[in-house]
Design a protein around this ligand. Structure first.
Ligand code: SF4
Length: 85
């Protein structure tokens, strides 16, 4: 099963250790010029194993939260409030 989402990789945090590439069971990740990239997004199952194993927290699995009936600005405001709880 694949996912509609793919992990985000913070290039400034990636040290090119290749751990994420080695633990990804579907081979979605690759190291290109010593930086991790989601080379095969169609293979990503969004399991989170890459994020769990990254020593520098360079990988994050994010979700888009949709607030029904809210404008983008209202949704952003609600999101900010939510992080302050
Ligand atoms: S595990 Fe983290 S630091 Fe290592 S290659 Fe992957 S993203 Fe970069």
């Amino acid at each position: 099963m694949t996912s509609d989402f793919i992990p985000e990789i913070d290039l400034s945090r990636c040290i090119g250790c290749e751990l994420c590439v080695r633990v990804c069971s579907t081979g979605a990740l690759a190291l290109i010029e010593n930086i991790a990239v989601v080379a095969y997004p169609e293979a990503c199952t969004y399991s989170g194993v890459c994020q769990e194993n990254c020593p520098t927290e360079a990988i994050s699995l994010t979700y888009e939260i949709i607030f029904f009936g809210a404008t983008r600005e209202e949704a952003k405001e609600e999101s900010i409030k939510g992080t302050q709880l």
